[in-house]
Design a protein around this ligand. Structure first.
Ligand SMILES: Cc1ncc(COP(=O)(O)O)c(C=O)c1O
Length: 454
């Protein structure tokens, strides 16, 4: 611990004239790292010191690694600031925020073609991870009520986001991961069914894979499970992890059948803070009807003197994100969402095509499902994806490089996530920087890392 951590040492040398009206800064106060400072600081001084330190963070808008919203309109900023003090769990005290949450659930159920959007069970969460935990818990409870005795398992592709591996670890479920194989980078119907047995609590299908943005074939998976049921009597439900794709496909791929139109789809999640276009902190989980969500998991909280069902891991949670989600629904409507998501897909496919044309790169996907694509470096390039990532970082672009999971750990890729606000102009600048790096030669680092976690 520094000796005067958080304290205001006596001024030494002359006083900085720019700080004459701020004695703490003039005295060279330092930020506490390990223990609270003894004295309070004026608000503007504390703000300045903390804000200055945060300059070291990357620029969120240039972060092409994240799926999470990095730009909202000033009106949304204002609304969120106004709601930041509301606790989502206080349904009785903030009944109108609770009502907006209820409306969002029904709107999403309608968007995902629930047979009766007013009869679904659904809730907001902190993100898709919490939503996936809840969906997994519902699966596990449904299975345990069947009276089976073996160890429960969950079937999914090795490309699942880490939240599913966490779910299996935390809730003691065996993860049955279908490995990647050759050019197959996600789950297929045959591979899923081959791993199902009487202790399979469910199958997870991802609309769109975190690794490369590709959609898994949900309808083929449910059809194969229908056939399995006919053959064996096993009735295995499907959860669609639509963290990103559940807010893309309804607008851009209306003919793709992946949602509650498939009777075997029991539940769907999405991240409001990804292509739901809200800042971090909101996700959604929806079950097709009451029967899909075992009732013991639902708790009742007081609401306008009555009871309101809730299902969540958290208790307190900010209300601002839910208000902002409703704002995006009101603001954009179906046509607005379609236009925003199409703009992202157009930029993604444009950028992917441009990168392919540079020469040394091979596309794994083209950004035409999620506006996300992965590409690799040709074997004779003389540098690796990790070198490219580092070189782009020198210009401020955050483009992650990572190795694929078991069975394809030989494959390392770069991935670009195009989000609302990433314009064609920015895409051109990135292309120019990448082109310049390629023509000037990319220096190979002595040791390459793989430290990117999905
Ligand atoms: C397919 C998928 N599922 C779940 C998650 C976790 O989402 P969240 O960050 O909202 O918890 C992600 C995040 O990238 C994802 O891509």
């Amino acid at each position: 611990m520094a000796l005067h951590e958080g304290k205001q040492p006596a001024p030494h040398g002359g006083m900085n004239p720019l700080y004459v009206d701020n004695p703490a800064l003039a005295a060279g106060v330092t930020l506490p790292h390990t223990r609270l400072g003894d004295d309070p600081l004026p608000a503007d001084t504390a703000l300045r010191l903390v804000r200055d330190e945060l300059m070291l963070d990357g620029n969120a808008r240039l972060n092409l690694a994240t799926f999470v919203t990095t730009w909202m309109e000033p009106e949304a900023d204002r609304l969120m600031a106004e709601c930041v003090d509301k606790n989502m769990i206080d349904k009785d005290e903030y009944p109108q925020t609770a009502e907006l949450e209820r409306r969002c659930v029904t709107i999403l159920a309608d968007l995902w073609n629930a047979p009766d959007p007013t009869a679904v069970m659904g809730c907001s969460t902190t993100g898709s991870s919490e939503a996936c935990m809840l969906a997994g818990m519902a699966f596990k409870r449904r299975w345990s009520k069947l009276g089976r005795t073996g160890r429960p398992n969950l079937v999914m592709g090795a490309n699942v986001q880490v939240c599913w591996e966490k779910f299996c670890e935390y809730w003691e479920v065996e993860p049955r991961l279908v490995p990647m194989d050759g050019d197959r980078f996600h789950l297929t119907a045959d591979e899923a069914v081959a791993r199902c047995d009487e202790n399979t609590i469910g199958v997870v299908a991802i609309l769109g894979s975190t690794f490369d943005g590709s959609y898994e074939p949900v309808a083929e998976i449910t059809a194969a499970l229908d056939a399995l049921q006919e053959r064996t009597g096993l009735d295995i439900p499907v959860h669609v992890d639509g963290a990103s794709g559940a807010m893309i496909a309804p607008f851009l791929d209306p003919d793709l059948v992946w949602d509650f139109r498939l009777p075997r789809v029991a539940s769907i999640n999405t991240s409001g803070h990804k292509y739901g276009l809200v800042y971090p902190g909101v996700g959604w989980a929806i079950w097709r009807d009451k029967a899909a969500l075992p009732e013991e998991l639902v708790f009742n909280v007081n609401y306008l003197g009555g009871d309101m069902p809730t299902f969540a891991l958290n208790f307190s949670r900010p209300g601002a994100e839910v208000a902002a989600q409703y704002y995006t629904f009101v603001r954009l409507g179906r046509d607005g969402f379609r236009a925003v998501q199409q703009a992202s897909r157009d930029v993604a496919t444009y950028l992917a095509t441009g990168i392919e044309a540079l020469g040394p790169f091979t596309l794994l996907t083209r950004g035409d499902q999620l506006p996300v694509f992965a590409f690799t470096v040709k074997p004779d390039a003389g540098y690796t994806v990790f070198d490219v990532s580092r070189r782009l970082r020198e210009r401020g672009w955050l483009v992650p490089a990572y190795t694929f999971p078991e069975n394809r750990t030989d494959l390392a890729v770069l991935r670009i996530v195009v989000r609302n606000g990433f314009t064609r102009d920015l895409a051109d600048l990135l292309l120019a920087d990448l082109g310049r790096a390629v023509s000037e030669g990319i220096v190979t680092a002595p040791a390459s890392g793989t430290a990117f976690h999905h």
